[in-house]
Design a protein around this ligand. Sequence first.
Ligand code: ATP
Ligand code: MG
Length: 359
Amino acid sequence: MPPASPLSWKAGRTFMFLYLLACVFWIYSGCSEGICSGCTECGESPMSIAVEIHNVTKRIKDKTIIDKISFEVYRGEVFGFLGPNGAGKTTTIRMMVGLMSITEGDIKICGKSIKHDFEEAVSRVGAIVENPEMYQFLSGYDNLLHFARMSPGVNKEKIAEAVELVGLTDRIKDRVKTYSLGMRQRLGLAQCLLHDPEVLILDEPTNGFDPAGIREIRDHIRMLAKKKNMAVIVSSHLLSEMEMMCDRFGIIQKGKLIDIQSVHDSATDSEKVYEFDIDSVEKASLILKTAFPHLEWKNAENGIFVRAAREDIPLLVKRFSGEDINIFGVKEVTKTLEERFLEATNGRGALKNARFDPQ
Ligand SMILES: Nc1ncnc2c1ncn2[C@@H]1O[C@H](COP(=O)(O)OP(=O)(O)OP(=O)(O)O)[C@@H](O)[C@H]1O
Ligand SMILES: [Mg+2]
């Protein structure tokens, strides 16, 4: 059990939670064959669903903080949770790890409900919610050793691997009280990786890191998702961070999930947007309405934007020129992530590399 002092009450509480997580992991470690929906030990498809958030609502008193959020996160992907201060990122994450109750809806981790199968569900999770707290008077290594003793199967090699992974080898024998914020974050990450979680949830993981550290942590996170096939959920209010770290990200505003986007516009997308630089928008729009009713289009500054498949382009060009429309150019319009993001947030999003304005 944790000592009464010199830990603060908050640190003690956090410790108790982590202790519980580790115990729960010990009790329930191993794969429950036939029930698990995608655990690596069962050899299920690497892109199977690891986390399901289904219609989750959180109300505190009469205030709705999270409003019917639903999304899924797959194994092997880094999923971002992007939103301004106070949007509800931490609240959602707290519900995912059982630190806060769910008012309505459910969250399943590897098919196990946080509401009905709490111990099984959280045993698959490694998480850092807000600032990781450690025993300040112990070295980083002794902190990890302490956690390792509560997690069966975690040996010294595993600790060394986690320390190496987060780049803390040089300072791991120093006392935590001498660590910088970034070093504490790294230690927290090492600690939550010790039991090889299948789902990693990190609330603002790059908080406190210098630019080189941000890059390293980003690379570690991507490596964990790809090589260990983990489902990783990270929150941030920086669009640039989502772009560099995630495969997909959900945008949360005032407790509502307003959109989910792929960071890289799917290369398999058969339809793209093309800009036709033409002299008669009126004639072109009439042709589009009558001869190409299945295509979406809208006016552009010097012509018209059309969402179409590549094969449609020569047909459109032939038809336009057959109707005496002069075509000065046709070009594919590729939207940047920022443009797609601004579109999703009705222009209320953040600028690249800039922080969101609070609501
Ligand atoms: N225990 C609580 N009681 C009342 N309101 C709360 C409680 N916890 C969170 N909230 C409110 O819920 C909203 C969402 O807070 P949350 O911490 O989830 O936001 P966030 O997206 O993580 O913001 P940040 O980027 O600042 O970390 C805020 O308006 C916050 O004031
Ligand atoms: Mg937060």
